[in-house]
Design a protein around this ligand. Structure first.
Ligand code: DC
Length: 225
């Protein structure tokens, strides 16, 4: 099996690139942020602070089941106790819940096998924060995708505007900074570039140029694709 791991900070364009690569190669796209978001949503609904390790570990994790599947059109479906929460996990408020919950060792352990299992029977393009370092340390190709903070905030803001969420660019910038700090500073599987990952900075690249650069990196590692 082949796997492409794409890690990087929030708003770097990981999902856009990963989806396109998955389409291009005919592989499954696995958005691992979705499972952390599902745990975040469970905390939100239960009115539990996602930083409260005892409460999350004792009251949330034993009562939830998170699963990933695919719709006929290839779209990833995220379920929380059987309910399709693919849209509910996308609102900006849940980003913070997911980021806070993802700092907990118990949450990361709870979600690890679910992510690894996705790559056992299918070739995958998987994106997240610790795919190249923890989830798939033997991934065939590892890309660390990043961009300047302001660029990432502007892209995320435009995406939220399109979805009708009313946020200012400043709100989104401070939420991205907060998440960067959380994701990089946490003790458990912090966001970092794996030693054998290639860096792709797309600050000055549009989606097509980033895709072309990634395909080149991949074809250098995997011959005969
Ligand atoms: O990629 P995203 O914004 O949907 O991810 C939501 C949060 O989940 C993010 O702030 C950090 C966490 N996350 C993680 O810790 N590890 C992953 N592999 C994916 C996401």
């Amino acid at each position: 099996m082949h796997s492409i791991a794409i890690d990087g900070p929030s708003g770097a364009g990981k999902s856009t690139l990963a989806k396109r690569l998955a389409d291009h190669y005919g592989w499954n796209y696995v958005d691992t942020g979705a499972v952390y978001r599902a745990v975040g949503l469970a905390c939100r609904r239960a009115n539990i602070d996602p930083r409260d390790e005892a409460a999350v570990t004792g009251s949330i994790l034993p009562n939830i089941e998170v699963s990933l599947s695919y719709a006929p059109d290839g779209r990833q479906i995220t379920r929380l106790n059987g309910e399709d929460v693919s849209s509910a996990i996308r609102v900006d408020e849940i980003s913070r819940y997911a980021s806070d919950a993802s700092a907990l060792a118990s949450v990361r352990k709870f979600l690890l096998d679910l992510q690894r299992d996705m790559a056992v029977t299918h070739n995958v393009v998987m994106d997240g924060r610790d795919i190249g370092t923890v989830v798939l340390p033997d991934a065939t190709v590892k890309i660390f995708l990043t961009a300047q903070t302001e660029t990432r905030a502007r892209r995320r803001w435009l995406e939220l505007c399109q979805r009708g969420e009313e946020k200012t660019l400043d709100d989104v910038l401070s939420s991205i900074r907060q998440r960067d700090t959380n994701d990089e500073a946490r003790a458990n599987a912090p966001l970092r570039q794996a030693d054998d990952a290639v860096l792709l900075d797309n600050t000055d690249l549009d989606e097509d140029a980033a895709f072309t650069a990634a395909v080149k990196m991949i074809s250098e590692k995997i011959k005969n694709l």
